[in-house]
Design a protein around this ligand. Structure first.
Ligand SMILES: Cc1cc2nc3c(=O)[nH]c(=O)nc-3n(C[C@H](O)[C@H](O)[C@H](O)COP(=O)(O)OP(=O)(O)OC[C@H]3O[C@@H](n4cnc5c(N)ncnc54)[C@H](O)[C@@H]3O)c2cc1C
Length: 221
């Protein structure tokens, strides 16, 4: 079991906060973009998973992005204060970047972007990759965060993004993702967040001949 200390808490959107942690034991953390940690809920045997929102080259600590929904895990994390210790297992998970020079599509709803930002940043740091398309579904315009981080990605000519604001469902990005499919070269799809969105996009892509195991990677659902 690993231990880290909360070093900062930033409220960045309604009911969404960043939890910054510094490693205690071990003193460094190595992860691949897209991976998550399993947080131990104090006074319970339960754990909850949270994607690592920080870039892979940050090894002295990490950042989690948490949506406060009032359940056991998010309530526990929302109750932590700066200086508190957190216990966790990981990093874990196979939601990782695939090798290859093709195009990449990243689609998420809400805080599902937590895993995607470090992945997109790492992918665009590689020379010779294809286009990187990012679709982000939100229910309200004020739910958006990480504008500066998004603007840095947008400086790369390979990158385009589309924000989809819809009060229906959970900010579904299904149709915009589908609409761009025909223009892509050997795409890999990275889908994260709302389970229905992930299922709808996967079903549509597979029905059109996209290889479920080589070309589609999903998380959370
Ligand atoms: C690999 C992985 C990575 C994840 N990364 C993140 C992350 O980076 N940030 C993050 O905030 N969460 C993330 N999650 C979700 C997280 O693990 C918890 O499931 C989430 O915080 C809810 O847990 P809870 O204990 O607060 O709610 P629970 O006690 O589990 O649920 C309470 C109630 O809320 C409902 N509920 C559960 N999830 C949601 C939701 N998302 N929206 C609305 N209602 C819900 C449940 O149906 C239940 O009725 C991730 C999940 C996985 C599997």
């Amino acid at each position: 079991m690993n231990r880290a200390r909360i070093s900062a808490i930033d409220e960045i959107a309604p009911n969404v906060f960043e939890l910054h942690a510094s490693m205690i034991e071990p003193t460094r953390i190595e992860h691949e973009p897209g991976q998550y940690v399993s947080i131990h809920i104090r006074s319970s045997t339960e754990q909850r998973s949270y994607s690592l929102a920080s870039p892979a080259d940050q090894t002295d600590g990490f950042v989690l992005l948490v949506r406060r929904i009032g359940g056991t895990g998010s309530q526990f994390l929302a109750g932590l204060e700066v200086g508190a210790e957190m216990e966790f297992d990981g990093p874990r998970g196979n939601f990782r970047l695939a090798p290859g020079p093709g195009d990449a599509v990243f689609a998420a709803t809400g805080v599902g972007v937590s895993a995607l930002f470090p992945m997109m940043e790492s992918l665009l740091a590689r020379p010779g990759t294809g286009r990187v398309l990012f679709f982000w579904g939100l229910m309200n315009a004020e739910d958006q965060f990480w504008s500066a981080r998004l603007a840095r990605l947008a400086q790369d000519p390979r990158f385009t993004s589309r924000l989809v604001i819809t009060a229906a469902g959970d900010g579904f990005v299904t149709q915009p993702v589908i609409d761009t499919a025909a223009e892509l070269s050997a795409p890999i799809y990275y889908l994260c967040g709302n389970g229905q969105m992930v299922k709808d996009v996967v079903d549509w892509l597979v029905a059109r001949g996209i290889d479920r195991y080589r070309q589609i990677r999903t998380d959370w659902s």
